[in-house]
Design a binder for this molecule. Structure first.
Ligand code: ATP
Ligand code: MG
Length: 306
């Protein structure tokens, strides 16, 4: 059972660490996807779902408070990257976990197939323009990682990129992984804290969710014929995800491989990882120095004298 009585801040932070640490990959050497079961819920079971929702609510409240400090201190930016197969729950997780934060401090970008203009540039170009400003949380719903996933599974997409032929070698994926690692170290050194989430869904659960979308008229709009087409490449995608995590997990920009067969658990782990990350930044409200305090006192007097 999870503890649901009101906890103090320290206890909430400690609990958050417990929920996210088992799924954090800071070094991808030898990583295998089967190390994480999509249906894992740690020590919680189905009957804990209601309690887990209460725990999430506490986490969301703390997250709002941490975001406020992130904004006020105006030093770091937080970039959260979400990758997953269709129906893994990216949209719902983003919606629930960020439900308490001030919309002014948060920007969400969904990356779809690149436009003609995008294709005329290097693949990081469009993502780079969407990076969060200092003090903000930026969310990438899909990202430049698609360049090592869908583009790898469908070689015809790579052909559309009009790369000089001599640059397209067998090493291309290894080179992309290396470039992405360097890009993320660069971001980290500029105060952009990067955290990456792979929502790890099982093939069976995806089938269940697709069937629901087809059978429930209220959910029909969520279904697209291309979802079934991509599902047919399941094993290639899993291979690409595994390689991606192996080569791009780093302490500066770790992956969280989050079990996604139970939405309530996915949300708990993602919220926990964000809380833990922000807590470790030791965020503080700016301190008002003596001269600023004098200016405040003068303004106070001036208003009273009106
Ligand atoms: P939802 O289905 O919940 O609306 P989604 O993220 O699946 O969300 P879609 O419009 O269905 O959105 O899919 C976006 C598509 O764009 C995905 O199939 C993805 O693989 C593709 N895509 C994203 N980035 C690239 C890229 N760099 N190159 C090629 N395809 C990409
Ligand atoms: Mg889709």
């Amino acid at each position: 059972m999870v503890q649901t009585s009101p906890l103090d801040r320290q206890a909430i932070l400690q609990r958050a660490r417990g929920f996210c640490a088992p799924f954090r990959i800071g070094n991808g050497d030898g990583f295998r996807l089967d190390q994480v079961s999509p249906s894992d819920t740690l020590h919680l079971d189905r009957h804990d779902k209601k309690a887990a929702e209460a725990v999430l609510a506490e986490g969301v409240a703390l997250l709002a408070d941490l975001q406020d400090k992130l904004y006020a201190s105006d030093r770091y930016a937080l970039l959260l990257i979400f990758q997953a197969m269709d129906a893994a729950g990216k949209d719902g997780t983003i919606k629930h976990v960020m439900s308490g934060v001030n919309p002014q401090g948060c920007q969400v970008f969904a990356f779809k197939a690149p436009s003609a203009v995008d294709l005329d540039h290097d693949y990081l170009w469009r993502a780079n323009q969407c990076l969060p400003e200092r003090g903000r949380i930026g969310i990438f719903n899909r990202s430049y990682y698609e360049e090592t996933l869908v583009v790898r599974v469908h070689p015809e997409l790579l052909a559309r990129q009009s790369l000089p032929p001599e640059l397209v070698s067998d090493d291309l994926w290894t080179q992309r992984f290396r470039d992405i690692r360097h890009y993320e170290s660069y971001l980290a050194r500029n105060g952009v804290v990067v955290r990456k989430f792979f929502l790890h869904l099982s093939r069976d659960e995806q089938k269940r969710r697709f069937l629901k979308r087809l059978e429930d008229p209220g959910k029909n709009w969520k279904f697209s014929a291309s979802d079934i087409k991509e599902r047919a490449h399941w094993d290639s995608y899993m291979g690409a995800y595994e390689e991606m995590i192996r080569h791009t997990a780093s302490e500066a920009a770790p992956w969280f491989v989050v079990p996604a067969d139970n939405k309530w658990f996915t949300r708990l782990v993602v919220a926990a990882a964000i809380i833990d990350t922000l807590d470790q930044l030791n965020l503080q409200y700016p301190v008002v120095n003596d001269s600023a305090r004098e200016a405040l006192a003068a303004a106070h007097q001036q208003l009273l004298a009106e």
